[in-house]
Write a protein that binds this ligand. Structure first.
Ligand code: SF4
Length: 747
């Protein structure tokens, strides 16, 4: 019998279930890489309710990245000019704790910053929040989800009173009409695309509308592709709202009973007649009317979006303008309907639930809400007022804080800002000025490691236990099944150890990740993201579970009731429980039906009503002009992941996508005087890249595309973020990584 481990793919927010098989059991011969290292085999987990056995190339090849270029030992140096020297954990952790203590006493707690990642597990996130926001008293914890999902977070909070995607993946099989806005689902969320495509193929009455300036693999199969000009999403959504209202395709009873502020929207959308909208968006009036007709005539409309809406200087307004369409037609809280943000990273959802952005606290609480702060202070047994009332610095504000010499400690964990931040040369210059940077990661070298004073080796997926939460709010346990290399440790354990060295011994007296999750889950009790009924033990016994799932004992298997009802803060022998054979074997469990939010049409606002938003579009923060006549957009490729820390080390993926490139329309290529594979220099007001061109009609004239993956480690002058700017959405503080003005010259 094959002894496999069930877990979750650690790449994207689709959150596909994986089954990992030890090298010796994977086939007749042990699989080895070119260096002869045995590699684990990974396949899709057929029992995982979110993915039913499907995986893409990233999930299928994850095991190949686990042993290459790993950071194995703590390293230190006094200045960036010196080489690193290997040190003991004690020496490294003492140095970090001492530096934090010194900076707190000389500059204040707000000079300490931590920048984390949607790659962290919920336990890692939770301990980091307790350390930074609770014990140190600054809210300066931000995550790279700020660059990815924060506009969805603020859009949901403002429209519904709380974060949280209301939909589930079953909705992809049950919808009559799917609107995909600013998302190349086929490449970025491929398993969800396959599922939707299957439904679309099987039922030809189902409509698929794709809104994207590029004709992506997703747009190619759409019934209607709206190749709008970059930055005109709000015009389009307001234009559709205008037509729905004009045609009487709104649900007046739903608007009356369950929403507020519709009249504000009605005033604004008067100005979005089809001729105006079609002109602004660069589409035909006929296509606009077809889109509105598909929406208005469908019983169940599902919208899905990702970075195309979120990474914008008006990201929150775009998200809310799309949600408006759902509210005016009552397309929410039912199977096949609702606004569904597709998360980028594997545990950006869990991070939001744990409070892992600088304006959040655990349990979908807000820093600027006094009652929320008091609840968390009480739970953490802190003095009243211990949690700062001031939202912390966002990741870009940490960069500008370094420029102003206001940051004394920057602690970066599981992310690579020297590639992924906007205006990368400015970012690197700021990182260079950092008086003390701790870089905690699984890999070495990375681009960001070059700016660190201390390197802390982190255990990654498969080498530590913890949970991750996917886009449909499904919590999956990712157990440890391999040893970490060298002296690498779990991220949460590193944070906790520094906390203890700072004197917070009781606060961080955790023995294992199960205890950490248990404490976090208790703090979510009664909150919209209630996970108080979920534990490592229960996940092992029952498999993945969706929240909300409260700790009411009647929801639990009998074996687990005792564990679920223990008093807050009580210590339990969780590892012993884990070792016991669960009373209910996973195979015997009938999977829970998928959960949706707002099925009772009560929202998390004080009056229970959802809120319409009325916005006029402001357009791009940096529109094209005579000097910089093209709009550059950036995005991902099917095989690569973010800054290639893992996928750059996987042969199959590097063969699939060996080099960066610039997509350009034939008309623009002719105007510039370049042919396929010839090189150009693309310049913005901030920097330049040099790339070969890919001439294709898939991109609209006037728009260019560069993949965002390549950093300085993998190619010279190919960083998309050398061109991008940091202008942010005023609500979500998410930078407009999707659009900037550039010029192109042949070289
Ligand atoms: Fe992993 Fe995402 Fe691919 Fe699924 S779709 S296997 S979660 S990268």
């Amino acid at each position: 019998m094959i002894d496999s481990t069930k877990t979750l793919c650690p790449y994207c927010g689709v959150g596909c279930g994986l089954e990992a098989l030890p090298p010796a059991q994977a086939g007749k011969a042990t699989n080895r890489d070119k260096q002869g290292t045995p590699i684990w085999q990974v396949r899709g987990d057929r029992d995982h309710p979110s993915s039913q056995g499907m995986v893409c190339v990233k999930g299928a090849t994850i095991a190949e990245s686990l042993h290459k270029d790993r950071l194995q030992f703590p390293m230190m140096r006094e200045s960036l000019d010196e080489p690193f020297r290997r040190v003991s954990w004690d020496e490294a952790l003492d140095r970090v704790a001492n530096q934090i203590q010194t900076v707190r006493s000389t500059q204040g707690a707000d000079a300490v910053c931590m920048y984390g990642s949607g790659q962290l597990q919920t336990e890692d996130y939770y301990i980091a929040q307790k350390l930074i926001k609770g014990c140190l008293g600054t809210n300066n914890f931000d995550a790279n989800s700020r660059l990815c999902m924060s506009s969805a977070v603020s859009g949901y909070i403002q429209s519904f009173g709380a974060d949280g995607p209301p939909c589930c993946y079953d909705d992809l099989d049950e919808t009559d009409c799917a609107f995909i806005a600013g998302s190349n689902l086929a490449e970025c969320h491929p398993i969800l695309f396959n599922r939707l495509r299957k439904h679309h193929k099987q039922d030809r009455t189902v409509k698929l509308v794709v809104i994207d300036p590029r004709c992506t693999a997703t747009a190619e199969v759409a019934d209607l592709h709206l190749a709008i000009k970059p930055g005109t999403d709000i015009d389009l959504f307001n234009g559709i709202a205008h037509l729905l209202l004009k045609w009487g395709k709104v649900d007046a009873a739903f608007i009356d009973e369950h929403t507020a502020h519709f009249s504000d929207l009605a005033v604004v959308i008067q100005h979005y007649s089809p001729d105006i909208v079609a002109h602004r968006c660069g589409i035909s009036e006929e296509d606009l009317e077809t889109a509105a007709k598909y929406w208005g005539d469908s019983k169940r409309v599902l919208s899905m979006w990702s970075m195309g809406l979120n990474q914008s200087s008006e990201g929150t307004a775009k998200v809310r303008a799309l949600i408006n369409l759902h509210l005016m037609t009552a397309q929410i809280g039912r199977p096949g309907a609702g606004p569904f943000s597709l998360t980028g990273q594997p545990n950006a959802m869990g991070g939001r639930e744990a409070g892992g952005l600088s304006h959040l606290l655990p349990g979908y609480r807000l820093v600027n809400n006094p009652a929320h702060r008091a609840e968390v202070e009480q739970f953490w047994r802190l003095e009243p007022g211990a949690i700062s009332a001031t939202p912390g610095l966002t990741c870009w504000e940490m960069i500008t804080g370094l420029e102003r010499e206001e940051v004394g400690v920057l602690w970066v964990a599981a992310t690579n800002p020297a590639v992924s931040m906007p205006d990368i040369e400015r970012t690197k210059a700021a990182l260079k000025r950092s008086p003390f940077t701790v870089y905690q990661d699984a890999y070495y070298p990375t681009e960001t490691a070059a700016y660190a004073h201390v390197l802390l080796p982190a255990a990654q997926w498969s080498e530590k236990s913890g949970v991750m939460v996917n886009s449909e709010r499904r919590v999956t346990l990712c157990p440890k099944f391999r040893s970490p290399p060298g002296q690498a440790r779990a991220d949460w354990a590193i944070f906790a150890e520094v906390g203890r060295r700072l004197g917070f011994t009781k606060e961080f007296a955790f023995n294992n990740a199960a205890e950490v999750y248990r404490e976090f889950a208790q703090l979510t009790h009664g909150r919209p993201c209630d996970q108080s009924g979920i534990s490592h033990v229960r996940l092992r016994a029952e498999g993945p579970l969706q929240w909300p799932l409260s700790g009411k004992t009647e929801d639990m298997p009998s074996e687990l009731k005792a564990e679920g009802t223990r008093a807050k803060g009580a210590r339990i022998e969780v590892e012993k429980l884990q070792e016991k054979k669960p009373a209910i074997q996973p195979a015997a469990i009938t999977p829970q039906p998928s959960k949706r939010l707002y099925t009772d049409l009560r929202f998390h606002t004080p009056d229970g009503r959802a809120r319409f938003a009325a916005y006029h579009s402001r357009g791009l923060a940096e529109p094209p002009d005579e000097g910089y006549p093209y709009v550059l957009t950036t995005g991902r490729l099917y095989g690569h992941w973010h800054t290639m820390t893992r996928t750059g080390r996987i042969e199959k993926i590097m063969k699939m996508h060996p080099n960066p490139f610039l997509e350009i329309h034939p008309r623009d290529a002719a105007a510039i005087g370049v042919k396929n594979d010839e090189w150009v220099e693309v310049r913005s007001r901030r920097g330049f890249v040099r790339l070969p061109v890919l001439v294709t009609k898939a991109i609209a004239p006037g728009t260019l595309f560069v993949p965002m993956h390549w950093g300085a480690l993998w190619a010279s002058h190919a960083e998309a973020n050398a061109l991008t700017h940091p202008a942010c959405c005023p609500d979500s503080k998410q930078p407009e990584l999707k659009a900037c003005a550039v010029q192109v010259v042949p070289i």
